[in-house]
Design a protein around this ligand. Sequence first.
Ligand SMILES: C[S@@+](CC[C@H](N)C(=O)[O-])C[C@H]1O[C@@H](n2cnc3c(N)ncnc32)[C@H](O)[C@@H]1O
Length: 244
Amino acid sequence: MHDDGYFDERVAARYDESSADMFAAGAIEPVVDFLVELAGSGRALELGIGTGRIALPLARRGVPVHGIDMSEAMVARLRSKPGGEAIGVTVGNFATTTVEGSFSVAYLVYNTISNLTTQAAQVACFQNVAAHIEPGGCFVVEVGVPGLQRLAPGETFLAFRVTDDRWGFDEYDVANQGLISHHLESVDGKLVRFSMPFRYAWPAELDLMAQIAGMTLRDRWSDWNREPFTSESTKHVSVWELPS
Ligand SMILES: C[S@@+](CC[C@H](N)C(=O)[O-])C[C@H]1O[C@@H](n2cnc3c(N)ncnc32)[C@H](O)[C@@H]1O
């Protein structure tokens, strides 16, 4: 049986609904505009394509998109949407899976680089991307800045969401650069818990991974609208390029 990882049938069935804010037009349009520009007349490769949140609107803008994802359950949701059948997907680990052809842009959004929970796997991911993009092509990553400035000495938990029916806490393991995101949700009167491990990395560590893979930093923004990245930024959108 195929291993869907953490995004198994149970998670996939509720993914779009539970990430509803990320599916809002205001969250998607700037991402797609950004990627259309970088793709130019070339193809785009999405690592962790999921249910097609970004791939489908990007394809509708005329960019040929191919995806990699380890979760058959997530990809089945993509397939069931209008236009989903036309998007090629290779099922496998995006740190190591190879696909045919080359791409002008590869992208990994919504903190998904951190789903690789070892440094070796993250380095392998950058190397895999470099092997797939054309000279002059780009790799775009959207990921949070580790919340270490908010973590008091000796504390391990940071709340990232507290509402009437949903609660989220990140549990930091600073010595190992690990964190577990705990999601609790009230569904039909029952408390449902889901916890997922991540490996966080400072932006400079990702720059070094890019350098190991032969890429250099072109831009780093604090969001998809190209606001400057500062000491207060809580996430970054970074673009590395493979030299021409
Ligand atoms: C947070 S979802 C993001 C999906 C989509 N990119 C989006 O923005 O909505 C992460 C996706 O990455 C996939 N994924 C996580 N780790 C992976 C890995 N090592 N190899 C392949 N897919 C992976 C999961 O199956 C899931 O579909």
